[in-house]
Design a protein around this ligand. Structure first.
Ligand code: GDP
Ligand code: IMO
Ligand code: MG
Length: 442
């Protein structure tokens, strides 16, 4: 089926790690271009092919399909050293990107002192109990430098003679904050390292905005791959326990330079339960054996940092908020199989405030989350859904749980994932995205 002219955004609806990588990999063969538009190597998107798992951090998850042209947009912050490692790993597995990769000249570069500042700040914050639990990859400082007009963009690499002067102000600020004894490379070493690492990338740097506008104008299909998720969005997430970019739909437009009408449909990705890495509000969190079970069975350990993910039941208020924020047309529910074999499963339908009122509204202030207690509705568990590719084979209890879940967020289920592999899952017949996704499974 041709998808010419149909552009799809794939966005996380919880706190990340929903399974965006699997869905992007699955859909990529139907798209000509796959685009990352925000975030950096804080992202970890895992794709499983024939039982072999491949983790991608900055390379778009369309990488495993030779027909996909890969674009990194202006909203991304890039660690070029890590990018090179990713390219090398892909190349060792036979995936050559050399003729199908474009990096926006407007994308910003993560520099060693950004990473040092991120880690220094977290250590200090920890002492006063205010740690965010960042990935320590320099993401926040790289975006700060961008906003402070002290960032270095990929296009700046074309003027190597200006780099020391351009990097100096931001470098000095970090130096002052960290103190003279901080183990930072010298400015000369930062510049020399950047020139060395960036040399192989020069041929990939170009006008990504123009490329995408032309592709859109020609009616070529574009898949937009979100990183992180709405509850980590710097404006619409659980601030300050968020990342430093707009991971919801708005970030797609600033991060590519395409207008809203270039996106035809939005597919939201959520797990059948909820996880979060790092600190911050999480009313659904299960600090007991059930949470531990979800973590072990779901292998809920960070793709990027290896940290254990906090686990809890599906949280309808946060996911409904994410659906509304992004105008989600259809849902992909992932990892239902992880709940297989449980006697009962829970769904957070709202929160009780300190006064006992039931609400589904999210506080905008971190302090207000503390009083909220989850209102849980329990459902009978089921035997197995692992590898189910036909809705008729879904156990009745699992169907009842999914129906209630859909009802709670008011968005139809479009894709159900029942295992990490490409073949494990199915497209729900008759849903709004079926023309786009139909024929993927079975
Ligand atoms: P992303 O950051 O949203 O791309 O998600 P991650 O890759 O960080 O984490 C999702 C993890 O769940 C990966 O290890 C996937 O291979 C795995 N996964 C995806 N879908 C399913 C599923 O339906 N069932 C199970 N058991 N694992 C899945
Ligand atoms: P993907 O794309 C889950 C979290 C960190 C921390 C907060 C800020 O794989 O879903 P940062 O390093 O971005 O300044 O950290 O955001 N975080 C993620 N959590 N999945 C991710 O990406 C994440 N990227 C950042 O754990 O709480
Ligand atoms: Mg991830």
């Amino acid at each position: 089926m041709s998808l010419a002219g149909t552009n799809l955004a794939i966005l996380g609806l919880q706190w990340g790690d929903e399974g965006k990588g699997k869905v992007v990999d699955l859909l990529s063969p139907r798209f000509r271009h796959v685009v990352r538009f925000q975030g950096g190597n804080n992202a970890g998107h895992t794709v499983v092919v024939d039982g072999v798992s491949i983790a991608l951090h900055q390379v778009p998850s369309g990488a495993l399909h030779p027909g996909c042209f890969l674009v990194v947009g202006s909203g991304v912050v890039l660690n070029l050293e890590v990018f090179q490692q990713e390219l090398d790993r892909l190349s060792a597995r036979g995936f050559d990107l050399s003729d199908r990769l474009l990096l926006s000249e407007k994308a910003h570069i993560i520099l060693p002192h950004h990473i040092a500042l991120d880690q220094w700040r977290e250590v200090r914050a920890d002492k006063v109990g205010a740690k965010i639990g960042t990935t320590g990859r320099g993401i926040g400082p790289a975006y700060e430098m961008k906003a402070a007009r002290m960032g270095i963009r990929l296009g700046d690499l074309r003027h190597p003679e200006t780099l020391a002067e351009r990097i100096l102000p931001g470098y000095e600020e970090v130096r002052i904050r960290l103190g003279a004894d901080a183990p930072l490379p010298s400015l000369e070493e930062v510049v020399a390292g950047l020139l060395r690492i960036s040399a192989p990338f020069m041929r990939f740097i170009g006008d990504a905005q123009g490329h995408l506008q032309d592709a859109w104008g020609r009616g070529e299909s574009i898949l937009f791959e979100g990183a992180q998720a709405t509850l980590l969005d710097i404006d619409h997430g659980t601030y300050p326990f968020v990342t430093s970019s707009n991971c919801s739909l708005g970030g797609l437009f600033t991060g590519t330079g395409l207008p809203p009408k270039a996106v035809d449909k939005v597919l939201g990705i959520a797990k059948a339960y909820t996880t979060r890495v790092g600190a911050g509000p999480f009313p659904a969190e299960l600090l007991d054996a059930t949470g531990e079970r979800l973590r072990q069975v779901g292998r809920e350990f960070g793709t990027t940092t290896g940290r254990p993910r906090r686990c809890g039941w599906f949280d309808a208020p946060i996911t409904a908020h994410a659906c509304r924020t992004n105008g989600v047309d259809g849902l992909a529910i992932m990892k239902l199989d992880v709940m297989d074999g449980m006697d009962e499963v829970g769904l957070i339908v709202g929160y009780r405030t300190g006064e006992g009122t039931l609400t589904t509204k999210l506080p905008s202030c971190a302090a207000d989350w503390q009083d909220l207690r989850p209102e849980v509705r329990m459902f009978k568990g089921w035997d197995t859904t692992r590898g189910v590719t036909d809705p008729a084979n879904l156990p009745t209890e699992a169907r009842a749980y999914l129906d209630a879940l859909m009802d709670s967020v008011q968005v139809p289920l479009t894709y159900l994932s029942t295992g990490p592999d490409r073949a494990e899952g199915y497209v729900v017949p008759g849903t709004v995205l079926e023309p786009l996704l139909g024929g993927l499974s079975g």
